[in-house]
Design a protein around this ligand. Structure first.
Ligand SMILES: [Zn+2]
Length: 95
């Protein structure tokens, strides 16, 4: 492995906290370029897929997703979501 690929695995969606690794994980800007901040489930063509979503609804969504992905209880997942989601840019700036 001589060629160093750009390290993209440190990107985390700034709306739902999902890690974005593959090019297809990234949302798209209005010009079709990949968004570095938001994932494909949250952001498409330069805008949020669910612009009216509020923080508590996102925490619910993320909790369910984490519980499945990490195979943990919804209680554990929701305590992770409650600490990680509110610190993301979307919720800090209240876009
Ligand atoms: Zn997202």
């Amino acid at each position: 492995m001589r060629e160093t690929q750009p390290q993209v695995s440190s990107f985390v969606c700034q709306s739902c906290s999902m890690p974005m690794e593959k090019p297809t994980d990234f949302g798209t800007e209005i010009d079709g370029l990949a968004s570095k901040e938001f994932c494909v489930f949250c952001y498409s063509n330069g805008s949020f897929i669910e612009p009216d979503l509020i923080l508590s609804q996102m925490i619910d969504k993320v909790s369910r997703m984490l519980a499945k992905q990490m195979n943990i209880s919804e209680d554990e997942a929701s305590s992770i979501a409650r600490t990680s989601v509110p610190s993301l840019k979307r919720w800090q700036k209240k876009i």
